[in-house]
Ligand binder design. Structure first.
Ligand SMILES: Cc1ncc(COP(=O)(O)O)c(C=O)c1O
Length: 468
């Protein structure tokens, strides 16, 4: 029997879990050791979770433990270091009291108000300039989500009404966007940040892409910006963000700012779209996630979507946030553990509180290790013939440009050969829709340092032999 299905779903592509990682899985099954640098999944590569988060979550899942912990205080034979700190118990109690019905019940579709208020307070703290925020974040315009992917999907599902509806995305791009546009049956409109200027953007680049799309009859409705970038890892300068906002304002486009790597900036300052937008009335959707940063809680599927200046819907007495609420309602609610994780991500332990010191030490250690590993890889790239890597280091990736590949081969062949030869699993640049005629690969700088130290010399040797 054959069944007709939605071809958009079958034709979606997702290189991060594509043929190269699939081949790596085959090699592993045959007993070969591989090094999975294909995906930003930190805890799969040995990154420890932040203790404070997990202590609180464990109590939320088993609330009876709070009273038990308290009963055990002062009992002879129970060492105080075997007990959770009172502060942790208080935070868990607070979350449970606010959630009212615990983790096992559906919540409000947007997520409970106290978490949305905590998200809004976090955004305001983050975007403060000289002690003030231009426009305070509104908890009613925040939606908790099952990861940023869900937030992006919700926006695109609502926005794309047919094949002529276009969304501009940066090329190279994170395949969530090409896959979601495909799935929704819209048109992908690529724009090309300038690699040699560290992947910065200007009006000329954006206007060229818009004109090209209009020329083929596409009605461009939104522009996606990923900052810090995936796959490039580059961190946008404030003036590039300003140019995107000017451009969106002039052409009446919505901005979708994917800011899931806002904590992965390694010494540089992260500047949000909301901060640069200030009081201007351009529609902005910003996404954040519990999956990245120093928390790396990918499996918990938490995150939020913040909407500013929601546009009205043509033909309805509703705005975009109403439509988002309707869409969120159909999914009932995001998972409650992810909601709690989102709360913890935005509401750090109080400075000076008992968990504070360990929290800061764990946070700083994760970020320092990521920076160190990126540096190690950059140094190795410097020893490879014809390889250049542009942009400041952000997110969890480097996206070096390869030149001098053997005639008739591309970056897919290179990455496959690299995997077979060294066990290093990366993703070919072509999986991210790179500029035609160029070759790249994306490497996630997540594996333990010892693993990198072992494989990098072999990669250099492989590379210099491969390009001849
Ligand atoms: C730019 C970007 N956006 C969104 C996501 C998905 O995040 P989440 O796990 O929150 O769905 C990723 C994951 O790698 C990403 O790199």
């Amino acid at each position: 029997m054959r069944v007709t299905v939605n071809p958009n779903l079958v034709e979606m592509e997702y290189a991060v879990r594509g043929p190269i990682p699939m081949r790596a899985a085959e090699l592993e099954a045959q007993g070969r050791k591989t090094i999975p640098c294909n995906i930003g999944n930190p805890q799969a590569l040995g990154q420890d979770p932040i203790t404070f988060y997990r202590e609180v979550i464990s109590l939320l899942e088993a609330p009876g433990r709070i009273a038990r912990e308290r009963r055990l205080r002062g009992v002879t034979g129970v060492a105080s270091e075997d007990l959770l700190d009172e502060y942790v118990l208080d935070v868990a109690e607070h979350v449970l009291a606010q959630m009212k019905t615990g983790l096992g019940a559906y919540s409000e579709s947007k997520g409970p108000r106290f978490i949305r208020e905590a998200v809004a307070a976090y955004i305001d703290r983050r975007d403060e300039v000289d002690g003030r925020v231009a426009v305070a974040s509104d908890p009613d315009r925040i939606f908790l989500t099952n990861g940023a992917s869900e937030g992006a999907m919700f926006i695109l599902e609502i926005l794309i009404s047919g094949p002529d509806d276009g969304v501009m995305i940066p090329i190279p791009q994170y395949p969530l966007y090409s896959a979601a546009i495909k799935r929704c049956g819209g048109s992908l409109v690529g724009y090309y940040p300038d690699e040699e200027r560290g992947w910065e953007m200007d009006r000329e680049i954006l206007e060229a892409s818009l004109a090209e799309a209009k020329g083929r009859g596409v009605n461009v409705k939104a522009i996606v910006v990923i900052n810090p970038g995936n796959p490039t890892g580059a961190i946008l300068a404030e003036h590039s963000i300003g140019e995107v906002i000017d451009f969106a304002e002039e052409h009446g486009l919505l901005i979708i700012a994917d800011e899931v790597y806002q904590h992965n900036v390694y010494g540089a300052e992260f500047v949000s779209f909301a901060r640069v937008l200030g009081e201007r009335e351009v529609s902005l959707f910003s996404l954040h996630s519990t999956s990245k940063g120093f928390y790396g809680e990918c499996g918990h599927r938490g995150g939020y979507l913040e909407v500013r200046n929601a546009p009205l819907l043509q033909g309805y007495d509703l705005d975009f946030a109403d439509a988002l609420l309707k869409r969120a309602s159909v999914s009932l609610c995001p998972n409650t553990v992810g909601q709690a994780m989102t709360y913890l991500m935005v509401a750090e332990p109080k400075e000076g509180s008992p968990p504070w010191e360990r929290f800061v030490a764990e946070r700083d250690a994760v970020l320092a290790a990521l920076q160190d590993k990126a540096t190690l890889i950059r140094e190795a790239l410097g020893e490879m013939r014809g390889v250049e890597c542009f942009g400041r280091t952000g997110a969890m990736y480097l996206f070096p440009r390869l030149s001098g590949l053997p005639e008739g081969t591309g970056d897919f062949d290179y990455c496959m050969a690299l995997l077979e030869e060294t066990g290093l699993c990366t993703v070919n640049g072509s999986g991210f829709h790179q500029r035609p005629g160029t070759s790249h690969l994306r490497i996630a700088f997540l594996p333990p340092k010892e693993m990198l130290a072992e494989v990098l010399p072999r990669w250099i040797a492989f590379h210099n032999a491969y390009v001849g």
